[in-house]
Ligand binder design. Structure first.
Ligand code: ADP
Ligand code: MG
Length: 359
């Protein structure tokens, strides 16, 4: 048996401690808010009485990342993880002016054409495929609209409705094609990989850890969790799913998994409230406004974190009925939803695939 509360406390303390160590400036303090918005909290391994674990944290990719090794690897391997995150942030970030995606967006905006690296092209193509699969609920051309919103501003404001309507004219994944390292799109297209890149990076980190002899680990990129094996005692990892909008990191469910990915999307991760209305960061590509969903949070279990990441955002936008249908039409993918009344719904096979206990 384990004490959830103690483990959560320990997680928080450790994460904050490391971030301070890395140098905590004003911008990072904004990011600190994101730490409290962690929607999946790792519960496992930490207090197993095992001292073999080794961990690293950093503020990167617009969130807090943490990698904990429970079997194999050393400090160099952990440093390699941070270096990989930095490498991918410099490829996939929409906002970093020195990123490859920033350059690609600038070129697409001018001419509708851009050359890009193999990895960027691959991720864009995969994201376009999820656009097809979701009938446009998932749409990486949302960048034209998402760049108008700032969900973490100290004094948040609504974008002008006219600007949103104008930007919507540039939103359609159908305008994007990828061939021979060349991306073509409608002029003015702005790509935003925020709903899929963390999953892709988690998968690459896992490949890297395995190729460096790590057999047990948890990769947590801002709540995008990917397990390498189970924990070193041969048990499953315990992943807590945060109760939406809870102030004290209350838990709705605990999932026990190994070697799988668990990714949650929810309206409570990044949002602001204005005149009593909650505006969150998952946008409806049809309206340009936060998706009106009957889902408060959706957690996807899958082998690949990239797919889980994309599907969690997709399901949120689709709403419960369509999301359940989509997940149940796919092999090896399971979902747990918390609906707008706080009820927990899971897709067929979820409870067999994941050892779950509800709180
Ligand atoms: P988080 O990145 O906070 O874990 P998500 O994976 O759900 O959460 O991704 C949300 C991000 O994806 C937004 O911040 C935005 O960059 C982008 N996004 C928002 N709406 C959509 C959408 N409908 N399709 C694709 N990407 C989206
Ligand atoms: Mg996502």
């Amino acid at each position: 048996m384990y004490n959830v509360q103690r483990r959560l406390c320990k997680m928080d303390t450790r994460t904050h401690g490391k971030c301070c160590f890395l140098g905590w400036n004003m911008k990072n303090i904004v990011t600190l808010a994101l730490i409290t918005a962690f929607f999946i909290l790792m519960l496992s391994g930490c207090l197993k009485g095992n001292n073999r674990e080794m961990s690293t944290s950093a503020v990167m990719m617009d969130t807090v990342i943490n990698v904990t090794l429970y079997g194999g690897g050393d400090r160099n391997v952990l440093n390699g993880c941070i270096a990989l995150c930095e490498k991918y942030d410099k490829i996939f970030s929409r906002t970093r002016e020195d990123s490859e995606l920033y350059r690609v967006n600038a070129e697409l905006s001018q001419s509708g054409k851009a050359y890009a690296s193999e990895e960027l092209c691959t991720l864009i193509q995969n994201a376009v495929n999820i656009g097809d699969l979701s009938d446009g609920a998932f749409d990486i051309t949302i960048g034209a609209v998402s760049s108008l919103w700032d969900f973490t501003a100290t004094e948040p404001r609504l974008p002008a409705d006219k600007n949103i309507k104008d930007a919507l004219g540039k939103v359609s994944y159908l305008n994007v094609s990828v061939a021979d390292n060349r991306i073509t799109a409608k002029k003015g297209t702005m790509l935003d990989l925020g709903a899929i890149a963390k999953g892709y990076v988690a998968d690459r980190l896992k490949d890297y850890l395995i190729s460096n002899g790590v057999s047990h680990a948890i990769i947590n990129l801002g709540g995008n969790v990917l397990c390498v094996g189970g924990n070193a005692d041969g048990e499953l990892f315990h992943i807590g799913i945060r109760k939406p909008f809870s102030q004290y990191d209350e838990i709705s469910a605990i999932l026990e998994i190994d070697d799988q990915s668990a990714v949650t999307s929810g309206a409570y991760e990044r949002y602001f409230i204005l005149d009593g209305i909650t505006y969150h960061h998952i946008l409806d590509p049809k309206t340009g406004y936060p998706a009106a969903s009957d889902i408060q949070s959706v957690t996807i279990i899958s082998k690949q974190s990239e797919l889980g990441d994309a599907l969690s955002t997709t399901c949120f936008v689709l709403g419960l009925d369509k999301a359940v249908k989509l997940i149940e039409s796919m092999e090896g993918v399971y979902a747990m939803f918390i609906d707008d009344k706080g009820g927990i719904i899971s897709s067929n096979g979820f409870e067999e695939a994941v050892n779950v206990s509800f709180r």
